[in-house]
Each structure stands twice: as C-alpha cells, then as structure tokens.
Design a binder for this molecule. Structure first.
Ligand code: ASP
Length: 357
C-alpha cells in the first residue's frame, strides 16, 4: 500500500515537472496517450447539423474528448491545446511548437503515444514534417474530420477514438508518423487529401494504406515508405524559423514572372508544381535555371496526383541545375526542402534526400 502510494506520488511529481497533467497516472494498466489539439473541422461548429458553412477550430480539446464514448477505456488520456486554427492557417511557428512538445513528451517514460487533432487541408504537410523531425519510435498519429462537430453524422469522434487506439497500441511503434482517418491508417510520406468534401478523402497513391482500424481494432499490412523519425537526419532542436520556400504552379503558356518575383522576395528554394513529369514552359525553365545559378534551390515536382518526377528525363536537371522531386508532391517537397536548407548542402546531396525521404 505504502509502495503504491510512493509510486503514484513519484508519477505525479514527474508529471508536474515535465508539464503533463498529473491525472495521466490514473490507471497503471492502460497506456498513456497525450492528445495535442491544433484546430480544424474536427473542432469546428455550425448553427445547424446540415449546413455546408461552418467555422473551423471552435471547440476545445476537452469537449472533443468528452464527445467520444469509451475513449478512456483505451488509454489514460490528457489533452493540450497547441492552437485552434483551421489548417489553412497552420504555420511554421505552430509546427515547431508541436514538434518540440512531441519530442519532450515522448522522451519520458510516462507517455506511450501522441495523437494530434488537425484540420484536413494541410494535415499531410504537418504529418510529413513531424515524420522528419520527431525523435522517437513511439506512435504519433494525426487525425481530423471532414464534418464539423455539430454536423449530422460527424465522423470526428470515431476518427479520434481510432487514432487513440492506434497511438496506444505497441504494434504502431516504429512506423513513423501516421494519419488515421475513416478507418484507414496511412503513412505521412504517402498520404494526400484527394477530395474537397468527402469523408473518404485521404489516400496514399503509389503505396496504398498501411493498415486498417475499425472501432479500435487494428491491423498493419505494410511499413512506412522513406526514412523517418529516429532514422531521420533532420532536427528542429533550437530552430526558430525555416527558410522560405515557395511553390509555383505550372500550366499551359505559364509565364516566368512568379519565379523572378519569388527570388526577389527572398526565397531560398522554389518548388515547381509542374505539368506531367515536372515539366514547364521553356521561359519558366529558363527562369528556374537563372534562379538556381543564383543559389536558389529549385525542385521540380508535379501537379499530377500520382507517379514520379524523374531526374534527367524530359528535362535535363544536370544542365538546368534543378532537383527532381521523385515521389513527393509539391507541398511535401517544400517541407523537405525547408528542412534540407537548414544546412549548407550541394544539389547532389539534396537530390539524394529526395530519393530517400
Ligand atoms: N479547412 C479545414 C481545415 O483544414 C478543413 C478540415 O479540417 O476538414 O482546418
């Protein structure tokens, strides 16, 4: 009895010291999961249950947890509100706060897994960023919803339940950062939003879903593609900002002006969401070469949802001083490039990063 008392006391003291809600030590038979809330439609609300208009990031973390019956049987849960924004307003500042907090929490023995609630618009970018900078093999899972919390058939509560079930399960360890939405487990490397309004919006073209989770019962079929978390060379330790990288979308008869403007505005990197295999108009390519010759790193990605951008295929990257994005879409190419540019590297090294992450 006395021994148990001292065990609980020491957990409480540790919890207070590292800033975790001490209630995390509730049931020693259950894993401890921390939910970090950032906003999004999962925390959104509307006047009625059937309207299309609503505001993201309205309800707090505790209301979200309270809306999920049975969640406390999966894990001891504590919640922290990191931000409350629609993910169209997700920022590098929030990313850095989130990543540092996750690394701090997962470094302790008291936390077994993390769930991040997030808007769906930029969820793939946050998940991929965390996949590159989280320094732990413990489960880190992002989730969200397409319908606001007040909607008829809001899917947020079940997504949150499934996300906690995955984060609490040791089978999810070592898989990198995961996205759990609509009964699917997807890898941060490959996941992308494919539909503007449907609850079946997240897919992983090329690699497919990594697993399934149904009412908390989960199964993995494959591991995450690409280097991640503990094997990643990237770190945000002591980092307060990331270098500016712009994305420029290509189309028929596209002018080079935006590339020149981006360079003028101080971009250290430019990602082209090219047509087809990372192609663009001759004048755009010329502007890219000029930018690259000035030291701006130019990555050719694609606006096409599936497939590779191949080095030296239709465009000669060696001659134009450009990088091929390989499998990464434009928004994930930007994330990787911002992290890569934290250190001085040559194009050969950056190209290797695109092949391996
Ligand atoms: N605009 C919302 C957001 O990303 C959409 C959503 O969460 O589904 O925050």
């Amino acid at each position: 009895m006395k021994k148990e008392f001292y065990k609980i006391l020491s957990l409480l003291v540790l919890g207070i010291t590292i800033g975790i809600n001490p209630l995390i030590a509730q049931n020693t038979d259950l894993p401890n999961v921390v939910i970090l809330a950032t906003g999004g439609t999962i925390a959104g609300s509307a006047e009625t249950g059937t309207q299309t208009g609503y505001t993201s990031g309205q309800i707090g973390i505790q209301t979200m947890i309270d809306a999920v019956p049975g969640i406390s049987e999966l894990a001891n849960i504590t919640g922290e509100q990191i931000s409350n924004v629609g993910s169209q307003d997700m920022s590098i500042e929030i990313w850095l706060t989130l990543a540092n907090r996750i690394n701090e929490l997962l470094a302790t023995d008291e936390v077994d897994g993390i769930v991040i609630t997030h808007g769906t618009d930029t969820q793939e970018e946050t998940a991929f960023f965390l996949n590159l900078v989280v320094k732990s093999d413990k489960p880190v899972v992002t989730t969200g919803s397409m319908r606001p919390s007040t909607a008829v058939s809001a899917e947020g509560p079940l997504n949150l339940y499934n996300a906690v079930a995955v984060a609490a399960n040791p089978k999810a360890k070592g898989h990198g950062v995961l996205v759990v939405m609509n009964d699917q487990i997807l890898g941060a490397h490959s996941v992308t939003k494919t539909n503007t309004t449907s609850v079946q919006t997240f897919m992983a073209p090329g690699h497919g879903q990594m697993g399934t989770v149904i009412y908390g019962q989960m199964e993995f079929y494959r591991s995450q593609h690409g280097i991640n978390t503990t094997a990643s060379e990237f770190s945000v330790d002591g980092i307060t900002e990331l270098p500016r990288v712009d994305i420029i979308y290509a189309c028929a008869d596209c002018s080079p002006d935006l590339i020149d403007l981006s360079v003028k505005a101080g971009a250290k990197g430019i990602v082209i969401a090219g047509v087809g295999n990372g192609n663009m108009t001759a004048s755009m390519l010329n502007a890219c070469k000029k930018a690259a010759d000035k030291g701006v790193v130019v990555v050719r990605s694609t606006r096409v949802p599936t497939g590779y951008v191949l080095r030296n295929a239709e465009i000669n990257d060696d001659e134009n001083n450009t990088i091929a994005s390989d499998e990464l879409n434009a928004q994930k190419s930007r994330v990787l490039l911002m992290l890569a540019l934290l250190k001085k590297r040559d194009n050969k090294n950056i190209q290797e990063l695109f092949y391996s992450y």
